[in-house]
Design a protein around this ligand. Structure first.
Ligand code: OTD
Ligand code: ZN
Ligand code: ZN
Length: 351
């Protein structure tokens, strides 16, 4: 039972993570797996996961890298290209390899150069997904360089998302890592086939954090953090209790030297203190009673998957976040580095 000093939650899932590959995969996967029972592993590898066979192989690599005692289940996603074969997707879904399909507009974010150049070409793929109930996950930003970086999500809604929803109203769609009031409204106003994930960093920081006394590469990710009014809209959506919004950290590790560079990589490594970060935010909003829905219930309901039976414990203990983590593959700077969070992850309790 939860007391003011402990919080017991149904074990959560993370509906958006970047686990990478090779040594980086080995270095980061247990940070996700110790808290979350399942996670949607994004397919933007080099090369990306674009077929059922590649998806199956990636799942095997994740399972080989993770501590088996953590009971972690990776959920694999197919990276949509201009050449995706609907039959292969259907086979991947039927064989339990693919949980969803990811649409990256070409060049929208890290390793998205193989992404889709023209969404209209993919009508046969979307039709098939709609028919078999396979969800589409969207990186919702236009890549038109003429559009201001802070407007790319709002413009994507008008140019791409609204027409797509109108053409495929029965397609289950997740607007990933939303960052604007426009996106929160668009999802709230949509029907039950539309949902969104929200990251801990977009709930905690606005765009000032990227320029706080100098350039702050560890606050840089895509979509970029927006104005305070947008952050407040995201906080409202996440803590509203609406089943359309659920947890997706978008943890995206890059070696410290790749972040602290003349052209630093986009991505925030938020896996290590993810649950503590969300808990701090929900508590500040007086909404701790809604954390479990957001973290552990709304996601599986949307995906049509069973709820986890285990529980996790959070303890009200000051938790200092280290400045950096020295891992096998690289030194990584976690989100909240140098801060103290008000909650500490106390482990998984048996079912
Ligand atoms: N955003 N970095 C990455 C992915 C995400 O758009 C995303 O999902 C990455 O490094 O893979 C980032 O800033
Ligand atoms: Zn993305
Ligand atoms: Zn991502």
């Amino acid at each position: 039972m939860s007391t003011p000093e402990t919080l017991i939650l149904r074990r959560p899932d993370d509906w958006h993570v970047h686990l990478r590959d090779g040594a980086m995969l080995r270095s980061v996967v247990n940070w996700t797996a110790r808290q979350f029972r399942r996670a949607i592993a994004m397919p933007n590898l080099v090369p990306p996961v674009t077929t059922t066979d590649e998806g199956r192989a990636y799942r095997e690599r994740i399972l080989a890298a993770v501590d088996p005692d953590l009971g972690f289940e990776p959920l694999i996603v197919c990276y949509l290209t201009d050449h995706t074969d609907p039959d292969d997707l259907q086979r991947g879904a039927a064989e339990g390899v693919f949980t969803a399909v990811k649409l990256y507009p070409a060049h929208a974010t890290t390793n998205s150069s193989h992404g889709v150049t023209d969404v209209r070409k993919l009508a046969p793929v979307f039709e098939r997904m709609q028919k078999i109930g396979l969800p589409l996950l969207l990186h919702g930003e236009v890549t038109d360089k003429a559009v201001d970086i802070f407007d790319r999500e709002a413009v994507f809604i008008e140019r791409v998302f609204q027409p797509l929803r109108a053409a495929f109203p029965g397609l289950k769609t997740v607007f990933e890592h939303i960052t604007t009031a426009e996106a929160a409204d668009f999802v709230a106003d949509g029907d039950e086939n539309l949902a969104a994930t929200i990251t801990p960093h977009h709930l905690h920081i606005n765009r000032n954090a990227i320029f706080d006394g100098g350039i702050r590469p560890h606050a840089y990710c895509l979509p970029i953090a927006k104005r305070e009014r947008h952050r407040l809209a995201l906080v409202k959506a996440a803590t509203s209790g609406s089943a359309k919004f659920f947890l997706g950290t978008d943890t995206a590790p890059h070696a410290v030297e790749a972040k602290e560079a003349a052209c630093g990589c986009a991505g925030i490594f938020c896996a290590p203190y993810a649950l503590e970060s969300y808990a701090a935010l929900f508590e500040a909003e007086g909404a701790l009673d809604r954390l479990e829905g957001f973290a552990s219930v709304h996601g599986p309901r949307f995906y049509g998957l069973p709820l986890n039976e285990e529980r996790v414990k959070l303890e009200r203990v000051a938790e200092p976040v280290p400045e950096k983590l020295e891992l096998e593959a690289a030194t990584l700077v976690p989100f909240h580095a140098g801060e103290t969070l008000g909650w500490r992850f106390g482990g998984v309790l048996p079912a």
